[in-house]
Design a binder for this molecule. Structure first.
Ligand code: KIV
Length: 276
């Protein structure tokens, strides 16, 4: 088999924005998880997760900040590069952090290009609807696929007055719908719906032609996303919409305590762990 055939065969197995669109049309849900480093990217990719998001949630779960606002573009690029090294199949989405696109479309295009060129992202994500539609259009014109994000948008924490469920009441509901429609018209390939009532998630999913990816938006979305630290039980607190699928925090603590015990009692290193 020639090198060319091998390379194109590998590409065929990669998740693309076309394969995600086809999953929506067939009514087959897909999955997205956040990842921030090589090891977890490799584990999630091998497990079959379809999309890996290098989220600006790294500001919370990796850096220990209260909000995502301090995260810089250089930091997201760095983590995207680590993730890209561990991925063979999944679509890699680089999150555009606060301050890297709010000034205007030109800034947004520059940010998106850096995430692809320096980070190895296949696509980018930004928060907002009507307000960022022009930027989305310009990034798509630069041949970079864009994922939208509406509803509870963590970069707007100060404007929202906290992390509050969005889309409640007629006006709030209409606002989220208009944001989703503006993103669809601007050319996004998918939309994250965060922190909205389940019936609104269902309505938007039926209304737009692109896949919706829910987080705290109910079961009717075309896909779901979780922050990996929530999935794995690595945080000491999780929001009510999160399901912990493992308790690695407790396991890690148990391993550390066993290690301390064995080192302090001269049980480790034992016979099997020394060079002769
Ligand atoms: O930054 C992030 O991890 C996100 C997801 C929660 C969608 O935006």
């Amino acid at each position: 088999m020639s090198t060319v055939t091998t390379a194109s065969a590998t590409r065929e197995h990669r998740i693309t924005i076309r394969s995600l669109a086809s999953r929506k049309s067939k009514g087959e849900p897909f999955t997205m998880l956040t990842a921030y480093d090589f090891t977890f990217a490799r584990i999630f990719d091998e497990a079959g997760v379809d999309v890996l998001l290098v989220g600006d949630s790294l500001g919370n779960v990796v850096q220990g900040n209260d909000t995502t606002l301090p995260v810089t573009l250089d930091e997201v690029i760095y983590h995207t590069r680590l993730v890209a090294r561990g991925v063979r199949r999944a679509l890699i989405v680089g999150d555009m952090p606060f301050g890297s696109y709010q000034v205007g479309p030109e800034d947004a295009v520059r940010t998106a290009i850096r995430l692809v060129k320096e980070g190895g992202a296949h696509a980018v994500k930004l928060e907002g609807g009507v307000d960022v539609a022009d930027s989305v259009r310009r990034i798509v014109l630069a041949q970079i696929p864009v994922m939208g994000h509406v509803g509870l948008t963590p970069q707007s924490v100060n404007r929202m007055g906290g992390y509050r469920v969005q889309g409640r009441g007629d006006e709030g509901r209409q606002r989220v719908i208009e944001d989703a429609l503006a993103l669809e018209a601007a050319g996004v390939f998918a939309i994250v719906l965060e922190g909205i009532p389940e019936d609104l998630g269902k309505e938007i999913t039926a209304l737009v032609s692109v896949p919706t990816i829910g987080i705290g938006a109910g079961v009717h979305c075309d896909a779901q996303v979780l922050v990996m630290h929530d999935l794995l039980g690595l945080n000491d607190w999780t929001p009510s919409f999160v399901k912990q699928f493992a308790n690695l925090g407790a396991e890690a603590s148990k391993a550390a305590r066993a290690y301390i015990d064995e080192v302090t009692n001269r049980k480790f290193p034992g016979e099997d762990h020394v060079y002769r």
